[in-house]
Design a protein around this ligand. Sequence first.
Ligand code: ADP
Ligand code: MG
Length: 339
Amino acid sequence: MKRFLAVILLLLCVTGCTAQPKSYTADFFAMDTFMSITAYGADEQAAQDTAVQCEQRVNALEPALSRTREDSDIYRLNHADGAVCTVSADTYAAIQAAVQYAEFTGGAFDPTMAPLTDLWGINTDNAHVPEQAEIDAALARVGYQNVELLGDNQVRLLNGAQLDLGGIGKGFATDAVAALLDGSSSVLATLGGNIGAYGENPVRDSGNWVVGIADPDNNADYLATVEVRGLSVVTSGDYERYFEQDGKRYHHIFDPATGYPADSGLRSVTVIDEASTRADALTTALFVMGLEEGMAFCAANDIAAVFVTADKQVHVTDKVGAVCTFTFLGEEKGYTHAQ
Ligand code: ADP
Ligand code: MG
Protein backbone atom coordinates (compact mmCIF):
# COMPACT_ATOMS: atom_id res chain seq x y z
CA MET A 1 0.00 0.00 0.00
CA LYS A 2 2.83 2.34 0.99
CA ARG A 3 4.62 1.65 -2.27
CA PHE A 4 1.38 2.29 -4.18
CA LEU A 5 0.97 5.67 -2.45
CA ALA A 6 4.57 6.58 -3.17
CA VAL A 7 4.05 5.83 -6.87
CA ILE A 8 0.94 7.99 -6.93
CA LEU A 9 2.79 10.82 -5.16
CA LEU A 10 5.66 10.54 -7.60
CA LEU A 11 3.27 10.57 -10.54
CA LEU A 12 1.49 13.62 -9.14
CA CYS A 13 4.81 15.37 -8.71
CA VAL A 14 6.00 14.52 -12.22
CA THR A 15 2.76 15.59 -13.91
CA GLY A 16 2.53 18.61 -11.61
CA CYS A 17 6.11 19.61 -12.35
CA THR A 18 5.75 19.31 -16.10
CA ALA A 19 2.33 20.96 -16.25
CA GLN A 20 3.37 23.96 -14.20
CA PRO A 21 5.49 26.30 -16.36
CA LYS A 22 8.42 28.09 -14.79
CA SER A 23 8.79 31.83 -14.79
CA TYR A 24 11.74 34.19 -14.88
CA THR A 25 11.64 37.94 -14.31
CA ALA A 26 14.22 40.37 -15.68
CA ASP A 27 14.17 43.66 -13.74
CA PHE A 28 16.18 46.51 -15.21
CA PHE A 29 16.35 50.26 -15.69
CA ALA A 30 16.11 51.67 -19.23
CA MET A 31 14.64 54.71 -20.98
CA ASP A 32 14.71 56.55 -17.67
CA THR A 33 12.29 54.17 -15.99
CA PHE A 34 12.03 50.82 -14.20
CA MET A 35 11.16 47.86 -16.39
CA SER A 36 10.23 44.30 -15.60
CA ILE A 37 9.74 41.45 -18.05
CA THR A 38 8.33 38.14 -16.82
CA ALA A 39 8.45 35.20 -19.19
CA TYR A 40 7.05 31.70 -18.70
CA GLY A 41 8.57 28.57 -20.19
CA ALA A 42 8.58 24.80 -19.96
CA ASP A 43 11.63 25.08 -17.69
CA GLU A 44 13.47 27.86 -15.97
CA GLN A 45 16.17 28.09 -18.65
CA ALA A 46 13.57 28.58 -21.41
CA ALA A 47 11.80 31.27 -19.38
CA GLN A 48 15.10 33.01 -18.63
CA ASP A 49 16.20 32.89 -22.27
CA THR A 50 12.99 34.59 -23.39
CA ALA A 51 13.05 37.27 -20.67
CA VAL A 52 16.73 38.09 -21.26
CA GLN A 53 16.24 38.22 -25.03
CA CYS A 54 13.40 40.74 -24.51
CA GLU A 55 15.53 42.79 -22.10
CA GLN A 56 18.39 42.89 -24.62
CA ARG A 57 16.05 44.09 -27.36
CA VAL A 58 14.79 46.95 -25.16
CA ASN A 59 18.34 47.93 -24.16
CA ALA A 60 19.42 47.89 -27.80
CA LEU A 61 16.62 50.33 -28.63
CA GLU A 62 17.72 52.87 -26.05
CA PRO A 63 20.39 54.50 -28.25
CA ALA A 64 17.99 54.37 -31.21
CA LEU A 65 15.35 56.46 -29.41
CA SER A 66 17.20 58.58 -26.84
CA ARG A 67 17.75 62.26 -27.54
CA THR A 68 19.99 62.90 -24.55
CA ARG A 69 22.70 60.32 -25.28
CA GLU A 70 25.28 62.03 -27.42
CA ASP A 71 25.96 58.80 -29.31
CA SER A 72 22.32 58.50 -30.39
CA ASP A 73 20.87 59.03 -33.86
CA ILE A 74 18.29 61.47 -32.53
CA TYR A 75 20.98 63.59 -30.85
CA ARG A 76 22.93 63.69 -34.12
CA LEU A 77 19.81 64.60 -36.08
CA ASN A 78 18.80 67.28 -33.57
CA HIS A 79 22.22 68.88 -33.87
CA ALA A 80 22.63 68.59 -37.66
CA ASP A 81 21.48 72.17 -38.42
CA GLY A 82 18.98 70.99 -41.01
CA ALA A 83 21.34 68.63 -42.85
CA VAL A 84 20.14 65.24 -44.09
CA CYS A 85 21.06 62.43 -41.66
CA THR A 86 21.04 58.69 -42.18
CA VAL A 87 19.66 56.96 -39.09
CA SER A 88 19.21 53.33 -38.05
CA ALA A 89 16.20 51.37 -39.29
CA ASP A 90 14.73 51.38 -35.75
CA THR A 91 15.10 55.14 -35.42
CA TYR A 92 13.59 55.71 -38.85
CA ALA A 93 10.62 53.44 -38.08
CA ALA A 94 10.01 55.23 -34.77
CA ILE A 95 10.12 58.69 -36.39
CA GLN A 96 7.82 57.50 -39.15
CA ALA A 97 5.31 56.16 -36.59
CA ALA A 98 5.54 59.37 -34.55
CA VAL A 99 4.79 61.55 -37.57
CA GLN A 100 1.91 59.29 -38.57
CA TYR A 101 0.31 59.63 -35.10
CA ALA A 102 0.91 63.38 -35.11
CA GLU A 103 -1.10 63.59 -38.34
CA PHE A 104 -3.76 61.23 -36.97
CA THR A 105 -4.25 63.29 -33.79
CA GLY A 106 -4.17 66.66 -35.54
CA GLY A 107 -0.91 67.54 -33.77
CA ALA A 108 -2.10 66.88 -30.18
CA PHE A 109 0.72 64.34 -30.21
CA ASP A 110 3.76 66.06 -31.67
CA PRO A 111 7.23 64.45 -31.68
CA THR A 112 9.00 67.79 -32.17
CA MET A 113 8.42 69.02 -28.61
CA ALA A 114 12.13 68.84 -27.69
CA PRO A 115 12.70 72.63 -27.51
CA LEU A 116 9.80 72.86 -25.05
CA THR A 117 10.71 69.86 -22.94
CA ASP A 118 14.29 71.19 -22.72
CA LEU A 119 13.02 74.60 -21.68
CA TRP A 120 10.77 73.35 -18.88
CA GLY A 121 13.36 70.84 -17.69
CA ILE A 122 10.82 68.48 -16.08
CA ASN A 123 12.65 65.70 -14.24
CA THR A 124 15.91 67.64 -14.20
CA ASP A 125 17.49 69.86 -11.52
CA ASN A 126 16.53 72.82 -13.68
CA ALA A 127 12.72 72.34 -13.69
CA HIS A 128 11.04 75.77 -13.68
CA VAL A 129 8.26 77.83 -15.27
CA PRO A 130 9.88 79.66 -18.22
CA GLU A 131 9.19 83.24 -19.35
CA GLN A 132 6.42 83.60 -21.94
CA ALA A 133 8.94 84.92 -24.50
CA GLU A 134 11.01 81.75 -24.07
CA ILE A 135 7.92 79.57 -24.52
CA ASP A 136 6.97 81.48 -27.68
CA ALA A 137 10.48 81.04 -29.09
CA ALA A 138 10.43 77.28 -28.37
CA LEU A 139 6.92 76.91 -29.82
CA ALA A 140 8.03 78.54 -33.06
CA ARG A 141 10.30 75.52 -33.60
CA VAL A 142 7.61 72.92 -32.80
CA GLY A 143 5.68 71.30 -35.64
CA TYR A 144 5.74 67.76 -36.97
CA GLN A 145 5.46 69.19 -40.51
CA ASN A 146 9.14 70.09 -40.08
CA VAL A 147 10.14 66.43 -40.16
CA GLU A 148 11.09 65.29 -43.66
CA LEU A 149 11.23 61.52 -44.16
CA LEU A 150 13.23 61.01 -47.34
CA GLY A 151 13.30 57.20 -47.57
CA ASP A 152 16.36 54.94 -47.23
CA ASN A 153 16.54 55.84 -43.50
CA GLN A 154 17.28 59.48 -44.36
CA VAL A 155 15.70 62.29 -42.34
CA ARG A 156 15.95 66.08 -42.33
CA LEU A 157 14.61 68.51 -39.72
CA LEU A 158 13.52 71.92 -40.97
CA ASN A 159 13.09 75.31 -39.26
CA GLY A 160 15.08 74.47 -36.13
CA ALA A 161 12.89 71.48 -35.24
CA GLN A 162 14.20 68.90 -32.80
CA LEU A 163 12.77 65.47 -32.07
CA ASP A 164 11.66 64.12 -28.70
CA LEU A 165 10.34 60.56 -29.01
CA GLY A 166 9.65 60.32 -25.26
CA GLY A 167 5.92 60.10 -25.97
CA ILE A 168 6.22 56.81 -27.89
CA GLY A 169 9.60 55.34 -26.93
CA LYS A 170 8.31 52.81 -24.43
CA GLY A 171 5.44 51.86 -26.72
CA PHE A 172 7.88 51.27 -29.56
CA ALA A 173 10.00 49.09 -27.24
CA THR A 174 6.92 47.13 -26.12
CA ASP A 175 6.03 46.41 -29.76
CA ALA A 176 9.62 45.30 -30.35
CA VAL A 177 9.27 42.82 -27.48
CA ALA A 178 6.00 41.53 -28.95
CA ALA A 179 7.68 41.07 -32.34
CA LEU A 180 10.27 38.75 -30.78
CA LEU A 181 7.65 36.37 -29.43
CA ASP A 182 5.82 33.60 -31.19
CA GLY A 183 2.22 32.76 -30.40
CA SER A 184 3.19 30.21 -27.77
CA SER A 185 5.21 32.57 -25.54
CA SER A 186 3.66 33.88 -22.33
CA VAL A 187 5.19 37.22 -21.43
CA LEU A 188 4.17 40.16 -19.28
CA ALA A 189 6.30 43.19 -20.11
CA THR A 190 6.05 46.24 -17.86
CA LEU A 191 8.04 49.09 -19.38
CA GLY A 192 7.18 52.01 -17.12
CA GLY A 193 3.56 52.90 -17.83
CA ASN A 194 3.48 50.60 -20.88
CA ILE A 195 2.34 47.06 -20.37
CA GLY A 196 2.38 44.28 -22.95
CA ALA A 197 0.47 41.13 -21.98
CA TYR A 198 1.20 38.42 -24.52
CA GLY A 199 0.20 34.78 -24.87
CA GLU A 200 -1.72 32.83 -22.28
CA ASN A 201 -1.30 33.67 -18.59
CA PRO A 202 -0.46 30.25 -17.14
CA VAL A 203 -1.26 31.18 -13.57
CA ARG A 204 -4.90 32.12 -14.13
CA ASP A 205 -7.68 29.77 -15.18
CA SER A 206 -8.97 32.28 -17.72
CA GLY A 207 -5.48 32.56 -19.29
CA ASN A 208 -5.89 36.35 -19.24
CA TRP A 209 -3.65 38.96 -17.64
CA VAL A 210 -5.02 41.42 -15.11
CA VAL A 211 -3.60 44.93 -15.43
CA GLY A 212 -4.29 47.66 -12.89
CA ILE A 213 -5.10 51.28 -13.72
CA ALA A 214 -3.40 53.35 -11.02
CA ASP A 215 -5.11 55.76 -8.66
CA PRO A 216 -3.42 59.07 -9.61
CA ASP A 217 -3.49 60.11 -5.93
CA ASN A 218 -1.72 56.94 -4.82
CA ASN A 219 -0.19 55.05 -7.70
CA ALA A 220 0.56 52.02 -5.54
CA ASP A 221 -3.19 51.42 -5.56
CA TYR A 222 -5.65 50.75 -8.40
CA LEU A 223 -8.96 52.31 -9.22
CA ALA A 224 -9.79 49.78 -11.92
CA THR A 225 -8.44 46.66 -13.60
CA VAL A 226 -8.61 45.42 -17.17
CA GLU A 227 -8.33 41.77 -18.07
CA VAL A 228 -6.58 41.33 -21.41
CA ARG A 229 -4.68 38.94 -23.65
CA GLY A 230 -2.40 39.77 -26.58
CA LEU A 231 -2.80 43.48 -25.97
CA SER A 232 -0.91 46.46 -24.65
CA VAL A 233 -2.25 48.70 -21.87
CA VAL A 234 -0.65 52.15 -21.74
CA THR A 235 -1.24 54.90 -19.20
CA SER A 236 -0.06 58.51 -19.25
CA GLY A 237 -0.70 60.69 -16.24
CA ASP A 238 0.27 63.91 -14.49
CA TYR A 239 1.50 62.06 -11.39
CA GLU A 240 4.77 60.45 -12.48
CA ARG A 241 6.93 63.31 -13.71
CA TYR A 242 6.21 66.81 -12.48
CA PHE A 243 7.38 69.66 -10.27
CA GLU A 244 5.45 72.11 -8.13
CA GLN A 245 5.90 75.87 -8.05
CA ASP A 246 3.74 78.27 -6.01
CA GLY A 247 1.38 75.42 -5.16
CA LYS A 248 0.73 74.50 -8.79
CA ARG A 249 1.69 71.23 -10.44
CA TYR A 250 3.55 71.32 -13.77
CA HIS A 251 3.71 67.89 -15.39
CA HIS A 252 5.40 66.45 -18.46
CA ILE A 253 2.60 66.22 -21.06
CA PHE A 254 2.63 69.47 -23.02
CA ASP A 255 -0.10 71.07 -25.07
CA PRO A 256 1.54 71.95 -28.40
CA ALA A 257 -1.00 74.77 -28.76
CA THR A 258 0.05 76.64 -25.58
CA GLY A 259 3.54 75.40 -24.71
CA TYR A 260 2.30 74.70 -21.16
CA PRO A 261 1.59 71.35 -19.48
CA ALA A 262 -1.83 70.27 -20.75
CA ASP A 263 -4.41 71.71 -18.38
CA SER A 264 -7.29 69.60 -19.63
CA GLY A 265 -8.90 68.55 -16.36
CA LEU A 266 -7.51 65.01 -16.67
CA ARG A 267 -5.29 63.07 -14.27
CA SER A 268 -4.63 60.10 -16.56
CA VAL A 269 -5.58 58.38 -19.79
CA THR A 270 -5.22 54.65 -20.45
CA VAL A 271 -5.44 53.13 -23.93
CA ILE A 272 -5.83 49.41 -24.65
CA ASP A 273 -4.65 48.44 -28.13
CA GLU A 274 -2.80 45.72 -29.99
CA ALA A 275 -0.07 48.19 -30.95
CA SER A 276 1.72 49.73 -28.00
CA THR A 277 3.30 52.53 -30.07
CA ARG A 278 -0.17 53.62 -31.18
CA ALA A 279 -1.52 53.35 -27.62
CA ASP A 280 1.41 55.39 -26.31
CA ALA A 281 0.94 58.19 -28.83
CA LEU A 282 -2.79 58.15 -28.18
CA THR A 283 -2.55 58.41 -24.37
CA THR A 284 -0.41 61.53 -24.77
CA ALA A 285 -2.70 63.01 -27.43
CA LEU A 286 -5.93 62.22 -25.56
CA PHE A 287 -4.50 63.77 -22.39
CA VAL A 288 -3.91 66.97 -24.36
CA MET A 289 -7.39 66.87 -25.95
CA GLY A 290 -9.21 66.53 -22.62
CA LEU A 291 -12.29 64.50 -21.78
CA GLU A 292 -14.89 65.80 -24.20
CA GLU A 293 -12.74 66.07 -27.32
CA GLY A 294 -10.89 62.87 -26.37
CA MET A 295 -14.07 60.80 -25.93
CA ALA A 296 -15.37 62.07 -29.29
CA PHE A 297 -12.05 61.24 -30.96
CA CYS A 298 -12.18 57.70 -29.50
CA ALA A 299 -15.78 57.19 -30.63
CA ALA A 300 -14.93 58.34 -34.16
CA ASN A 301 -11.84 56.13 -34.37
CA ASP A 302 -12.89 53.06 -32.40
CA ILE A 303 -10.34 53.51 -29.60
CA ALA A 304 -10.50 51.70 -26.24
CA ALA A 305 -9.63 54.30 -23.58
CA VAL A 306 -10.20 55.04 -19.90
CA PHE A 307 -10.12 58.68 -18.77
CA VAL A 308 -9.62 59.68 -15.12
CA THR A 309 -10.60 63.30 -14.43
CA ALA A 310 -9.39 65.71 -11.75
CA ASP A 311 -12.90 65.68 -10.28
CA LYS A 312 -12.58 61.93 -9.75
CA GLN A 313 -14.70 60.58 -12.55
CA VAL A 314 -13.73 57.53 -14.56
CA HIS A 315 -15.01 57.52 -18.16
CA VAL A 316 -14.75 54.44 -20.35
CA THR A 317 -15.20 54.41 -24.14
CA ASP A 318 -17.59 51.94 -25.78
CA LYS A 319 -14.73 49.99 -27.33
CA VAL A 320 -13.28 48.99 -23.92
CA GLY A 321 -15.96 46.35 -23.30
CA ALA A 322 -15.22 44.81 -26.70
CA VAL A 323 -11.50 44.24 -26.10
CA CYS A 324 -11.24 43.46 -22.37
CA THR A 325 -13.06 43.01 -19.09
CA PHE A 326 -13.09 46.29 -17.19
CA THR A 327 -13.66 46.25 -13.42
CA PHE A 328 -14.18 49.49 -11.53
CA LEU A 329 -12.61 49.53 -8.05
CA GLY A 330 -12.54 53.24 -7.31
CA GLU A 331 -15.72 53.76 -5.30
CA GLU A 332 -14.07 53.53 -1.88
CA LYS A 333 -11.38 55.95 -3.06
CA GLY A 334 -14.01 58.55 -3.93
CA TYR A 335 -14.17 57.95 -7.69
CA THR A 336 -17.36 57.73 -9.74
CA HIS A 337 -17.73 55.41 -12.70
CA ALA A 338 -19.47 57.69 -15.20
CA GLN A 339 -21.86 55.62 -17.31
P1 ADP B 1 5.47 58.66 -20.06
O1 ADP B 1 6.75 58.95 -20.75
O2 ADP B 1 5.47 59.03 -18.63
O3 ADP B 1 4.95 57.29 -20.31
P2 ADP B 1 3.96 59.92 -22.14
O4 ADP B 1 3.89 58.71 -22.97
O5 ADP B 1 2.71 60.73 -22.05
O6 ADP B 1 4.38 59.61 -20.66
O7 ADP B 1 5.10 60.80 -22.74
C1 ADP B 1 5.42 62.02 -22.19
C2 ADP B 1 6.71 62.46 -22.82
O8 ADP B 1 6.47 62.75 -24.20
C3 ADP B 1 7.26 63.74 -22.22
O9 ADP B 1 8.21 63.46 -21.21
C4 ADP B 1 7.89 64.43 -23.42
O10 ADP B 1 9.18 63.89 -23.64
C5 ADP B 1 7.01 64.00 -24.57
N1 ADP B 1 5.83 64.87 -24.81
C6 ADP B 1 5.25 65.77 -23.97
N2 ADP B 1 4.17 66.31 -24.54
C7 ADP B 1 4.05 65.74 -25.76
C8 ADP B 1 3.11 65.88 -26.84
N3 ADP B 1 2.06 66.71 -26.77
N4 ADP B 1 3.32 65.13 -27.94
C9 ADP B 1 4.35 64.26 -28.03
N5 ADP B 1 5.26 64.09 -27.06
C10 ADP B 1 5.11 64.81 -25.93
MG1 MG C 1 2.67 58.42 -24.57
